[in-house]
Design a protein around this ligand. Structure first.
Ligand code: ADP
Length: 376
């Protein structure tokens, strides 16, 4: 565990960048430092690998003060990734990644073999090995940066706004990749960002910092959203925190109904039997059970269902895998107000109304509050 204990950093011009910060960074998980620009995130990160020395306080790793370790061996135990990757422009991708193993005295062939293995791990095609950084997109460069930081297999990764310079779609891909790498390799990651959505998506624990280098709140993302410590954190989380909190509730508990589901090859009798007052629309599926669209009951004629004339079913959610937020989004976007739930094969598992989703949200909140009371 990395423990930051009452650490203050005063720069020579007397700026207090970090003010009596205490944090316990758990092993094998992602801890995100988030806050507005200038609140001391980068300074905190750099104190962990001693690129910046604290003015007061101590930082320990597994109980040992980091100032007692030679700085070189400390840094070797910590990969470091920065915005724009910071690659060596005159070195190929494979040689960029092999940098640290080569410094550690590995043979060229072993270091390159390791580099190629890491390219695969971070989702880079082997054909990029001989390219130079300028021949890669921003997102690809960032993947090289992550691979380079992982090359000597350090237990800790320090990441400073690594994905801030790439567009939102690429960024999402990089975030997913990081979560995958983290779950496979179990690294202890300290991740700096000014983007609260990124913090919530990636963090096991999130430290919200405020200007002046003070800690505002340190909590798991779901707890930040449900119980912000003060008005600053609440403001920083944004106006839609209630909706975003739904991402942490599973859709498993939703009561689905199959009553209004009818296959395109259904008989007239079957069609007649599936309309109810409760579900004024019918969901038509193909013979394999995949959704085609909604129809009003009276409009369906056996043997003559025209998929083009059906109302769009919108984007379905995967029951049990997607969150209540995804289910609500489906229902809100659906022309009928009903969301379509599918299984992992894309076949309809059932449908659920906005109202039933609203009920599930209310009971999830009530259960969450009960848990908080018990924990408190
Ligand atoms: P963040 O990463 O949250 O944007 P920083 O840690 O970079 O914040 O900076 C925190 C504060 O310290 C800012 O006010 C910044 O201007 C100041 N600062 C950062 N580096 C230095 C430095 N080398 N000398 C003086 N002030 C600095």
């Amino acid at each position: 565990m990395i423990r930051i204990d009452s650490v203050t950093k005063r720069y020579p011009d007397s700026t207090v960048a970090v003010d009596r910060l205490s944090l316990e960074i758990p092993d094998r998980s992602i801890t995100v430092l988030v806050g507005p620009s200038g609140c001391g995130k980068t300074t905190t990160l750099r104190m962990i690998n001693r690129m910046v020395e604290p003015s007061e306080g101590t930082i320990t790793i597994d109980g040992e003060d980091i100032t007692r370790q030679p700085v070189n061996s400390l840094r070797r135990s910590m990969g470091y990734v920065i915005q724009n990757a910071g690659l060596f422009q005159h070195r190929t991708v494979v040689d960029n990644i092999a940098t640290v193993p080569r410094l550690l005295g590995w043979s060229k062939s072993r270091a390159r073999e390791r580099a190629r293995e890491l390219m695969e791990r971070v989702g880079l095609d082997a054909s990029f090995a001989k390219r130079y950084p300028y021949q890669l997109s921003g997102g690809q460069q960032q993947r090289v940066g992550v691979a380079r930081a992982l090359a000597a297999d350090p237990p800790v990764l320090l990441m400073d706004e690594p994905f801030s310079a790439v567009d939102p779609v690429v960024r999402k891909g990089l975030q997913e990749e990081l979560l995958r790498i983290q779950s496979e390799l179990g690294k202890t990651i300290v991740f700096v960002t000014h983007d609260i959505d990124e913090a919530i998506r990636l963090g096991t624990m999130v430290a919200v910092m405020r200007t002046g280098g003070r800690l505002a709140q340190f909590a798991p993302p779901a707890e930040l959203l449900s119980s912000p410590a003060d008005a600053f954190v609440e403001d920083f989380l944004g106006a839609d925190r209630g909706i975003r909190r739904l991402s942490f509730f599973e859709s498993t508990a939703l009561a689905l109904t199959k009553t209004p589901i009818v296959s395109i090859d259904a008989s007239a009798e079957r069609i007649a039997s599936c309309g109810t007052a409760e579900t004024p629309y019918l969901l038509v599926t193909d013979p394999e059970g995949r959704p085609l669209g909604w129809s009003e009951p009276g409009e369906l004629v056996a043997g003559d269902i025209e998929p083009r004339r059906l109302l769009s079913y919108g984007r379905p959610f995967e029951h049990g895998k997607d969150s209540l937020r995804a289910a609500l989004d489906c229902a809100v976007l659906s022309p009928t107000g009903w969301a379509v739930a599918v299984d992992d094969g894309g076949r309809v598992a059932g449908v659920v109304s906005q109202q039933a989703i609203g009920d599930a949200i209310r009971s999830a909140h009530a259960a969450g509050e009960r848990e908080e009371k018990v924990a408190g």
